[in-house]
Design a protein around this ligand. Structure first.
Ligand SMILES: [Zn+2]
Length: 107
């Protein structure tokens, strides 16, 4: 059995979100295989809604993961730089304090 395009287009958002029943899903898939118009509509909806489509979700999650990995690497590097700078600054301050303290003892 094949549904009219109107009904399929009504069901497409539910189909995209994966919340329609197995029967509706099967009917939509059967219709999409035979109807270019509704298949194009589904593609347009997928393009417009980045949260639609598990495949796209996975790709996005992967992209976010790689970005956060890169970001974390950068963070570690800048944290290390910050720690080194702090140690250097403290060492210089200690040296200066030591030298001045020495001077005070000498004079
Ligand atoms: Zn159709």
């Amino acid at each position: 059995m094949n549904m009219p395009c109107e009904i399929v287009k009504d069901l497409l958002p539910l189909y995209l979100d994966g919340v329609c029943s197995d029967g509706s899903r099967a009917a939509v898939e059967e219709h999409l295989a035979a109807c270019d118009g509704c298949a194009a509509e589904l593609r347009a909806m997928r393009a417009a809604l980045p949260i639609g489509g598990a495949e796209q979700n996975l790709k996005e999650a992967e992209a976010v993961k790689s970005i956060s990995k890169r970001w974390r690497k950068g963070m570690a590097k800048s944290l290390l730089k910050g720690v080194l700078c702090t140690i250097l600054a403290v060492a210089v301050l200690a040296l200066v304090a030591y030298v001045f303290a020495d001077f005070r003892i000498v004079f």
